[in-house]
Design a protein around this ligand. Structure first.
Ligand code: MLT
Length: 404
């Protein structure tokens, strides 16, 4: 008889955003007359930029002619896209990353879940708390996290680095040395970030301790402050201690299109084994490449028209962030983030639990957000709103919150 992977049984509840979707669907069914505004999951609402649509149309036509048809994509990604990424996201920023260190994929979520396959079963992971749930959940599935304590909301074998208003949401070096450190900067869910100098300290720490940093840069396009790094490879020594994962979802609205990439420098090796070689082997075995049409769409992100259009799109969402920040402040909330990221992290009022506040906001204002506790125990007492809604909905949601 088949024995199932019983690590899955250890996972408490469903995936955070599935739980929220179910709760909202139940409320909506019971209250069909209520107009719900969704500022929960960080899903974009603006259409794809014209330059991207044009590139997709052209690629679709190419797929319809024998001479220009494309079958399986190269499993590491087409060179036209890898070169565009290397030139624009790295060389232009003075980062020493070459096209053959870039692995194109169907999205950063898949990569951030899959990357843990490169680590031994007893590798010790460290995560910020609160944290994007995929990092922890994927390690639970792999049996790397020990047992779950329902009272604390913590896994026995995970190192938590609390990020709260007391430490300005800046993770501190853990007492126990981790093997793998997950950093998402600018941060999901808190919307805060750290300076390039602080990131350099993490790179130094990882190199000194033989640890690997998994750096999730999904929100990089939203950085507005000068002293914040756009890539971890801006830091000296990052080539020997960091993997960077990037998404096209937030900078180019690809949540429904699916495209991402992971950088694994060739200098990265542990116990004499190259992680670049391992990831290439994994990619070749388990992945058949992102679709040609989508990779052409990705290339258009780096065209002059694409860049100009996406700059406007990012500005549109950051204007929403401003509306949320100012509206919440006016309503007396304590707020964070929203300057270098499209997320606003607020302190729940009157010591309300974050799920309690979720219900309160849904039922009284018909606004959906994300409870901080869903991202980890240190998220309790906080709540996340996303700036990815439409401007009209964002303004309406804030009017409703202010009227409470
Ligand atoms: C979020 O809302 O945290 C993200 O959009 C979820 C994701 O990127 O998978």
């Amino acid at each position: 008889m088949l024995k199932v992977n019983d690590n899955f049984q250890k996972l408490p509840g469903s995936y955070l955003f599935s739980t929220i979707a179910k709760k909202v669907a139940a409320y909506s069914e019971a209250n069909p007359d209520k107009k719900i505004i969704r500022l929960g999951i960080g899903d974009v609402t603006q259409p794809l930029a014209p330059a991207i649509i044009a590139a997709m149309h052209k690629a679709v036509d190419e797929m319809g002619a024998t001479e220009t048809f494309h079958g399986y994509a190269p499993d590491l990604g087409y060179e036209f896209l890898r070169n565009a990424i290397a030139d624009n996201d790295y060389k232009a920023r003075g980062c020493d990353i070459s096209a053959d260190e870039i692995f194109v994929s169907d999205g950063a979520k898949s990569d951030s879940g899959n990357i843990q396959e490169l680590f031994s079963a007893d590798a010790k992971i460290a995560v910020c708390d609160p944290v994007y749930p995929v990092y922890v959940d994927s390690n639970v599935m792999a049996g790397r996290t020990g047992t779950y304590d329902e009272n604390t909301g913590m896994w026995s074998d995970v190192i938590y680095m609390p990020c709260a208003m007391e430490n300005h949401f800046v993770p501190e070096f853990p007492k126990e040395t981790p093997d793998v450190i997950y950093l998402c900067l600018p941060n999901n869910p808190t919307g805060t970030t750290i300076t390039k100098a602080q990131l350099q300290e993490w790179v130094n720490y990882a190199n000194k301790n033989g640890a690997l940093i998994i750096y999730d840069g999904a929100y990089e396009a939203y950085i507005s402050e000068e002293n914040v790094a756009h890539s971890i490879y801006e830091c000296e020594g990052a080539r020997t201690c960091a993997i960077e994962i990037k998404s096209f979802s937030k900078n180019a609205g690809f949540t429904g299109v699916r495209l991402g990439y992971t950088v694994v420098p060739k200098d990265l090796s542990y116990e004499g084994v190259s992680l670049h070689g391992m990831w290439a082997r994994r990619h070749g075995t388990k992945f058949n490449g992102a679709p040609y049409i989508i990779q052409r769409a990705g290339e258009a992100v780096y065209s002059p028209e694409g860049k100009a259009q996406l700059k406007q799109q990012v500005a549109y969402y950051m204007n929403n962030a401003r509306v949320i920040l100012e509206g919440l402040k006016e309503a007396g909330y304590t707020v964070f983030g929203g300057v270098n990221a499209p997320y606003i992290w607020l302190k729940t009022p009157e010591r309300m639990g974050s799920w309690e506040f979720f219900d309160y906001l849904l039922e009284t204002a018909n606004v959906v957000g994300t409870p901080g506790a869903g991202f980890g125990p240190s998220g309790e007492g906080y709540f996340r709103l996303t700036a990815f809604g439409s401007y009209e909905n964002t303004v309406a949601a804030l009017e409703r919150i202010k009227a409470l």
